[in-house]
Design a binder for this molecule. Structure first.
Ligand SMILES: [Zn+2]
Length: 232
C-alpha cells in the first residue's frame, strides 16, 4: 500500500479520535498539550455552531506515546473528587453502629445533617454516632412516627405544625435516650459494642476543628464525649 498518495490527510486528528485510537485519557492528552509534547490546532467544532474543537498532531503523539501513557490517567480534580468520595465512605463506615435494642446496623442516611457536620469536623465521631443511634431508636422503637403522622393530619397552620414536630422530636428523643440506657444495663453485648465503638473512635485519625461543639440545634440532644466515656 502506498501512503504517499495523501500524506496530509492523517497528519491531524480530533482529540477524541486520538484518545480512542491510542487509548489515552483526557487528562493524559491535555498534559501532553500543556507540556508542549504535541502540537494542537483550534478549529470550529463540526457538531456545534459556536463551539471549538482541537486537532492533535498524530506524529507528535506517536513519537511521545510511551511518555504520554505514563502520565496520570486522572486530572487533579478527578483524583480529588475520588478522594472525597472515599473519605465520605470511610466516615460512613466509622459512624456505623449497632442498635442495642434490635441489633440492626445503624448508618447515616444520604441526607443526614449530622453526617455532614461530622464530615466538616464540626462534631466528633462519638457524638455523631450517638445522635444517629438516638434518631434510629426514636424512629424504630418509640411512638414518634405515629405522633408525626397525627400532627400531619391536623388542620392547623404550618408554623404551628413545625413547632409541634420539634416538640415531638424532643419528647421522643428523651424516650429514646431512656430506652438506650435501659438496653445498655440490660444487655452485656451492648456494653461490648459500646467499648468497640470507643476503640474505633480512639483509632480514628480524623482531625476535629472543635471537639465540644454545642449540639443544641440537634433537637435538644446534649452530648458530652467525656461524660460518656466515664459512664461506660
Ligand atoms: Zn433498633
Amino acid at each position: 500500500m502506498s501512503s504517499s498518495a495523501k500524506p496530509e490527510k492523517r497528519t491531524w486528528s480530533y482529540k477524541t479520535t486520538i484518545m480512542r485510537e491510542f487509548g489515552l485519557t483526557r487528562a493524559q492528552i491535555e498534559k501532553a498539550i500543556d507540556e508542549g509534547l504535541v502540537r494542537v490546532q483550534e478549529v470550529p467544532n463540526p457538531h456545534r455552531k459556536y463551539g471549538i474543537a482541537f486537532l492533535i498532531n498524530r506524529e507528535d503523539v506517536e513519537k511521545h506515546l510511551e511518555e504520554i501513557k505514563a502520565f496520570p490517567k486522572l486530572t487533579e480534580e478527578e483524583r480529588e473528587l475520588r478522594k472525597i468520595y472515599a473519605e465520605r465512605k470511610r466516615l460512613r463506615d466509622k459512624l456505623e453502629t449497632t442498635c442495642p435494642i434490635c441489633g440492626q446496623r445503624v448508618r447515616a442516611l444520604r441526607d443526614s445533617e449530622i453526617f455532614e457536620e461530622a464530615f466538616m469536623g464540626n462534631v466528633d465521631l462519638e457524638a455523631a454516632r450517638r445522635i444517629l443511634l438516638i434518631a434510629h431508636v426514636r424512629h424504630a422503637h418509640t411512638g414518634y412516627e405515629r405522633q408525626i403522622r397525627r400532627i400531619r393530619r391536623l388542620n392547623v397552620p404550618y408554623n404551628v405544625k413545625l413547632m409541634m414536630y420539634e416538640k415531638a422530636k424532643r419528647k421522643f428523643n428523651r424516650k429514646a435516650i431512656k430506652l438506650l440506657k435501659k438496653a445498655k444495663t440490660d444487655s452485656p453485648t451492648a456494653q461490648v459494642q459500646g467499648m468497640k465503638a470507643l476503640e474505633v473512635h480512639r483509632l480514628s485519625n480524623i482531625k476535629f476543628k472543635e471537639k465540644n461543639i454545642s449540639l443544641k440545634r440537634f433537637n435538644g440532644i446534649s452530648v458530652s464525649g467525656s461524660k460518656e466515656k466515664k459512664m461506660s
